[in-house]
Write a protein that binds this ligand. Structure first.
Ligand SMILES: Nc1ncnc2c1ncn2[C@@H]1O[C@H](COP(=O)(O)OP(=O)(O)OP(=O)(O)O)[C@@H](O)[C@H]1O
Ligand SMILES: [Mg+2]
Length: 248
């Protein structure tokens, strides 16, 4: 019987330590550092092209930093292929959703649970929880995912990540392109995940809602971290309010 040791509160689950990322000749990240403790929701904020998605992609192994380190639960993972990072228990909801269009809603959700497919009872419970949180998905469980609306596909991508039961879920702009009602539905679920102790690294342009959900946040500008701190402090910061919360 393996002994499970809880990570100590002092040791972050994820450490991004001074990474640079280049796309060919273009440098997208400059010495970006960030950490996420187990049970925390940490948000990465910033305008278009500031490097938010690139930061997330570095964690997932989709881009390789040219400098710096990424450590997940004590393992140095930068340069690892994405499949190996996912095997460590990282779930991802990428920008633009990316569901399997020909497969049904139900099959897409089961794909999320594939790494723990022997856990049949727990998977059935989690499926119920997803259908309960997103009744629209329950009504459409047999429908090909490609025929869902954009907002419904976002819900499906989130549900699939939840079925993974990863110890870290990386989410890229869950509110993008959604009407306020869908944004509320999606964030209601993220608030529930947070209550359940799920660790989340959340990229958002919608700073207002992200700062409500997050414990801490980092603000990126042109590939640099320009601000960081507790979400409540950032939300109260006049500079943040002016630049990201629409205050005048
Ligand atoms: N595959 C790529 N090839 C070349 N340049 C890229 C690539 N992906 C991103 N970049 C560049 O890196 C910079 C950061 O992009 P990134 O996608 O991380 O920004 P972002 O903060 O997520 O923006 P958005 O809010 O628009 O999604 C941009 O200037 C972008 O053009
Ligand atoms: Mg992006």
């Amino acid at each position: 019987m393996p002994i499970l040791v809880e990570s100590s509160a002092a040791t972050p689950l994820l450490v991004i330590d001074a990474i640079d990322v280049h796309y060919g000749a273009v440098q997208a990240l400059f010495g970006v550092s960030l950490d996420v403790h187990a049970g925390e929701v940490v948000s990465v904020l910033g305008g278009n092209a500031s490097g938010k998605s690139t930061t997330l992609k570095s964690v997932l192994g989709l881009v390789a930093p040219t400098r710096g380190r990424i450590v997940l639960d004590g393992r140095t993972i930068h340069g690892w292929p994405p499949a190996d990072v996912i095997d460590l228990g990282v779930a991802s909801v990428p920008e633009g959703r990316r569901v399997f269009p020909e497969m049904s809603v139900y099959e897409n959700l089961l794909m999320g649970a594939y790494p723990r497919r022997r856990d049949k009872v727990a998977i059935a419970q989690d499926l119920d929880a997803v259908f309960d949180a997103f009744p629209r998905l329950a009504e459409r469980r047999g429908q090909p995912a490609g025929t869902l609306s954009g907002g419904e596909q976002q819900m499906l991508a989130l549900g699939r990540a939840w079925l993974r039961r990863g110890r870290l879920i990386c989410i890229d702009e869950p509110s993008m392109g959604l009407s306020p009602r869908f944004v509320d539905a999606v964030y209601e679920v993220l608030f529930r995940w947070k209550e359940a102790g799920q660790t989340i690294l959340l990229v958002e342009q919608n700073a207002r809602i992200a700062l409500e959900l997050a414990d801490r946040a980092y603000v990126l500008q042109h590939g640099h971290v320009v601000l960081q701190g507790r979400a409540a402090d950032l939300a109260a910061d006049p500079a943040v309010q002016k630049a990201y919360l629409g205050a005048t």
